[in-house]
Design a protein around this ligand. Structure first.
Ligand code: NAP
Length: 277
């Protein structure tokens, strides 16, 4: 009975167990003395509806959303935040009574992680590689901060679609290119999932002559923590940002949405660093 009173949060994904979000959020709850736990909600698509129906019964007050549900979850959201609506994906759900509120903190994860190393993003030029959910959020975060974005993706049409949609939303330059075009700028953001399947590959964007065109190189992927791209960028003494910074910043913003309290950033950061070491 007592355990039931603990507010439950977690990550809705399939698979979910690889996630480091529990380590980060539980450290935050402990630090602030909040009677809550963050778990893995590993839910198959056929069970998604039941999971949503049983939220109140299971004392679940909110959850992170990851692959493959960031768009699918929109079907269950009662009120969507304007950024999440424009991005077309939700990564954070807050339950208040029987209503579900959807947010997207991924774009803040990218822009805040970049701002802490690169500084003001106004008029910066970024090349974003990929056109999945993470790339969309990255492009949105950069554009919202007044940056310019060049986007390219293996499936060209998906990059074109983002460019057209976001050009309408922002009074800023956004272009799409053929995959493999060596466009340059200030910031290179890698946002594909290729390292998951090809951890040792050396694609065009890892060529040292290309990487050294950028001041700052960010890889949204955090497995491995130092990706082939970041290894090269480190060697070339570029400013390097790994995916764990995005994880941390987007997580800190989620924590604040769930608790209404300022996230204990250093504690969450320390917990993540420990988990990565
Ligand atoms: P997604 O929606 O499934 O999109 C995958 C993207 O990767 C697509 O653009 C896809 O291109 C591209 N891709 C996959 N394999 C490729 C290959 N072999 N060569 C070239 N492109 C390839 O995934 P996502 O949610 O955007 O996630 C992308 C990455 O960001 C993942 O590594 C994920 O872990 C990371 N991420 C990190 C955080 C964080 O907090 N740090 C948050 C979210 C995501 P096509 O369109 O051509 O298939």
């Amino acid at each position: 009975m007592l355990a039931h009173m603990v507010k439950q949060y977690g990550i809705l994904a399939y698979p979910a167990k690889h996630s480091l979000s529990p380590v980060m959020h539980n450290a935050g709850f402990d630090k602030l003395g909040i009677n809550a736990r963050y778990n893995f909600f590993e839910v198959r698509e056929k069970d998604l509806e039941d999971f949503i129906k049983n939220l109140a019964e299971n004392n679940i007050f909110g959850f992170s959303v990851s692959l493959p549900y960031k768009e699918k979850i929109l079907d269950y959201i009662d009120k969507i935040d304007k950024d999440a609506e424009k991005i077309g994906a939700v990564n954070t759900v807050v339950r208040k009574g029987k209503f579900l509120y959807g947010y997207n903190t991924d774009h803040l994860g990218v822009s805040l992680a970049l701002k802490e190393s690169y500084g003001d993003l106004r008029e910066s030029i970024s090349v974003v590689l990929g056109a999945g959910g993470a790339a969309r959020a990255a492009a949105y975060g950069l554009l919202a901060e007044g940056g310019h974005v060049w986007i390219q993706n293996r499936t060209r049409e998906k990059a074109d679609k983002i460019a057209v949609e976001f050009a309408e939303l922002f009074d800023s330059e956004i272009h799409s290119d053929e995959w493999g075009t060596q466009g340059t700028g200030d910031i290179l953001v890698h946002a594909t999932s290729m390292w998951h399947k090809e951890p040792d590959s050396m694609p065009f964007f890892c060529e040292p002559e290309y990487v050294e065109c950028f001041d700052t190189v960010m890889d949204l992927s955090y497995t491995p923590p130092v990706t082939p791209l970041l290894r090269i960028a480190n060697k070339l003494r570029r400013t390097v940002i790994s995916g764990d910074r995005m994880l941390l910043w987007q997580g800190a913003k989620q924590f604040e949405l769930w608790t209404g309290k300022e996230a204990p950033f250093e504690v969450m950061e320390g917990a993540l660093e420990k988990a990565f070491s």
